[in-house]
Design a binder for this molecule. Structure first.
Ligand SMILES: CC(C)(COP(=O)(O)OP(=O)(O)OC[C@H]1O[C@@H](n2cnc3c(N)ncnc32)[C@H](O)[C@@H]1OP(=O)(O)O)[C@@H](O)C(=O)NCCC(=O)NCCS
Length: 168
């Protein structure tokens, strides 16, 4: 499986805007105040800042050339203190899940940005917690910190050396 992350430059903004409600639908299972309006639409939208600020990075995820998800990455001043990079959003379309695509997309993103990383999950989003522990554990060979009852991971990848084994 060939997994790529593609810079979601301004012409791809509508693509992420279109995928965003699918992501919100998944998160609505874990967050009480994510709801649809009477028209059946989610009110929240992806922030336009992702296409206005140099410190924010939107990416599409492609698997064997097909659109499979998106991720939004933040750097200061949009991160917590003493953090260089954060995953703001990370989404893989359902039909592409459990195929190692999220794992490879995360590795691509981590490889692209070197520094102090922080990744957080919603307390009720247990699948995401399992995913990030697995992926970050593998990426760092276990050299990462866990905080907030397992809902936050921190690691530094400035001097990590690793091999990425592609899933069959
Ligand atoms: C979480 C998410 C990104 C995982 O993407 P994915 O492409 O399915 O993940 P992968 O196939 O690369 O999984 C890698 C490993 O993570 C773990 N994992 C992934 N999804 C899991 C789940 N639902 N339950 C338990 N473990 C899971 C497994 O160990 C998996 O390896 P395995 O399939 O060999 O057992 C995807 O389910 C998703 O988009 N969810 C909705 C949005 C969301 O919650 N985003 C995270 C925000 S922090």
């Amino acid at each position: 499986m060939k997994v790529e992350i593609i810079d979601a430059t301004i012409e791809f903004k509508p693509v992420i805007k279109n995928l965003y409600p699918l992501y919100l639908h998944d998160l609505s299972e874990f967050v009480s105040d994510i709801d649809v309006s009477d028209l059946g639409l989610f009110n929240a939208e992806v922030s336009n800042l992702f296409w206005q600020k140099d410190a924010l990075f939107p990416f599409l995820v492609k698997a064997n050339g097909k659109l499979a998800g998106f991720t939004l990455i933040a750097s200061p001043p949009y991160t917590s203190k003493e953090t260089d990079y954060m995953i703001n959003e990370f989404f893989i379309i359902r039909k592409y899940r459990r195929k190692g695509i999220g794992r490879l997309a995360a590795f691509e993103v981590f490889n692209k940005f070197r520094g102090k990383w922080e990744v957080s999950e919603l307390p009720k989003n247990l699948p995401a917690q399992l995913f990030w522990h697995k992926v970050i554990g593998e990426y760092t060979s276990g050299r990462y910190e866990t905080l907030n009852n397992g809902t936050k991971q921190r690691f530094i990848n400035t001097d990590l050396h690793w091999h990425i084994l592609e899933k069959q």
